[in-house]
Design a binder for this molecule. Structure first.
Ligand SMILES: *[C@@H]1O[C@H](CO)[C@@H](O)[C@H](O)[C@H]1NC(C)=O
Ligand SMILES: *[C@@H]1O[C@H](CO)[C@@H](O)[C@H](O)[C@H]1NC(C)=O
Ligand SMILES: *[C@@H]1O[C@H](CO)[C@@H](O)[C@H](O)[C@H]1NC(C)=O
Ligand SMILES: *[C@@H]1O[C@H](CO)[C@@H](O)[C@H](O)[C@H]1NC(C)=O
Ligand SMILES: *[C@@H]1O[C@H](CO)[C@@H](O)[C@H](O)[C@H]1NC(C)=O
Ligand SMILES: *[C@@H]1O[C@H](CO)[C@@H](O)[C@H](O)[C@H]1NC(C)=O
Ligand SMILES: *[C@@H]1O[C@H](CO)[C@@H](O)[C@H](O)[C@H]1NC(C)=O
Length: 343
């Protein structure tokens, strides 16, 4: 890419043959084109016959007006396009959100930024306490992200802690419970005096994912964080059905080849908590068995990053930390996916 300064230097030095062919000699036509700027040239080059000619075009005649203008335009420096820094959008609940579940707890999404240099990716933590896939949808929170998503962005979707139960009986509907099931079941209801067709967890995830894919973003469906796996005194963690639903949704959307990835975040976070042991983990669930203190939220974020690095998404490639630096006595190692997990 040649700047004008470089251009005139090379012209005065030697008139390199490629420049000679394009005839970038500073005649009145080229001077006028340079003054009129690259916008005119973009328009004219695209459709020379329909772009109306400015008055200076009378300076361009050799061998014809059109060919001299096109030749002069080819001498303009191409504007440098700096690649856009992608945003990583986080959609989730209090375990991920700014301020966590309040009372001194914190969401893991607040720590994700530290694994991506600012020159490589921004993190927008749009997770919100108390939300499920259903209420995040109803309140337009997926939409609010979609309004800002740009091609090349990433959207991480992680729900489950508020999605259990059922909208029925209607008197007990908390506005968060998804329609039970893994398929296209629907649960018509009236919530807060408004009719609502409640959908299943996979349907909410797939609808949101398809919206982001259509906007040129890629999607990571991430399994929910564990409740304190040392709660009983002995370590115990079993992936819940929302873990399976996230994986299922990735599979049904077409997996990595469709731009959709699964991170078994719950498994990675549980592995780290197993390694940390009961004293540290108990002390970092200060309020209840769901919400983490800042230290553990950071570990949970790092567990997600290890899951990314162990997977195949391009987002893992943007992480500043080497996999070998992440694996170790706290986070553990890559979790080998069973044969069916499309990570
Ligand atoms: C959070 O703190 C407030 C104020 O101290 C208290 O009233 C509330 O019960 C606490 N919530 C939980 C879930 O601990
Ligand atoms: C993050 O995204 C939300 C939309 O989900 C938007 O309202 C908010 O302004 C964004 N925050 C920043 C810092 O860009
Ligand atoms: C719901 O799923 C079932 C089973 O896959 C399928 O037969 C049916 O056509 C689907 N219904 C709708 C409305 O998509
Ligand atoms: C629902 O409608 C009833 C009757 O009009 C009203 O008393 C109640 O406050 C409404 N509830 C909500 C959540 O808007
Ligand atoms: C932990 O496991 C051991 C060995 O299975 C058992 O004896 C003990 O009762 C368990 N403790 C708790 C608190 O469940
Ligand atoms: C692989 O994992 C998925 C999701 O957790 C599960 O449904 C499936 O049964 C597992 N397959 C094997 C062979 O373990
Ligand atoms: C990556 O390195 C940065 C800077 O040292 C650190 O803040 C961050 O926690 C690391 N990420 C992980 C996942 O270890």
């Amino acid at each position: 890419m040649k700047s004008l300064m470089l251009l005139s230097v090379s012209l005065s030095l030697a008139r390199a043959s490629s420049l000679q062919e394009r005839d970038c000699s500073h005649d009145n036509c080229l001077r006028a084109v340079i003054q009129s700027g690259s916008e005119f040239c973009s328009a004219y080059t695209a459709t020379p016959t329909i772009t109306s000619l400015p008055t200076w075009a009378t300076a361009c005649t050799s061998p014809s007006t059109t060919s001299q203008i096109l030749s002069a335009c080819s001498c303009l420096p191409t504007p440098t396009s700096t690649p856009r820094i992608p945003t990583i959008w986080l959609a989730g609940d209090s375990t991920e959100a700014p301020g966590g579940g309040h009372n001194g707890t914190e969401g893991w999404g607040q720590y994700l930024q530290y694994s991506f240099p600012p020159s490589v990716a921004f993190v927008n933590n749009s997770a919100y306490a108390g939300r499920s896939a259903r209420s995040f949808t109803r309140e337009g929170r997926f939409e609010a992200i979609a309004e800002k998503v740009k091609p090349g962005d990433w959207v991480v979707i992680e729900f489950g802690h508020n999605d259990g139960g059922s909208p029925y009986p209607a008197a007990d509907d908390n506005g968060r419970a998804d329609c039970p099931g893994a398929g296209n079941q629907t649960c018509p209801t009236v919530y807060a005096n408004v009719s609502e067709i409640v959908l299943t967890y996979p349907t909410y995830l797939k609808d949101a994912s398809e919206m982001y894919l259509s906007l040129g973003a890629k999607v990571i469906l991430s399994s929910p964080t564990p409740d304190n796996p040392w709660e009983t005194g002995n370590y115990s963690y079993t992936p819940d059905r929302f873990t399976y639903y996230s994986w299922l949704s990735v599979t049904e959307l077409g997996g990595p080849s469709a731009g959709v990835y699964f991170v078994p975040h719950g498994q990675y976070a549980a592995q780290a908590m197993k390694n940390l042991g009961p004293e540290i983990v108990d002390a970092n669930y200060p309020m209840d068995h769901t919400h983490t203190a800042p230290y553990l939220a950071d570990v949970v974020a790092q567990s997600f990053v290890l899951g990314l690095k162990c997977g195949t998404s391009g987002l893992g490639g943007l992480v500043s930390n080497a996999t070998a630096r992440l694996e170790g006595s706290v986070l553990g190692t890559c979790i080998l996916a069973n044969g069916t997990l499309p990570i």
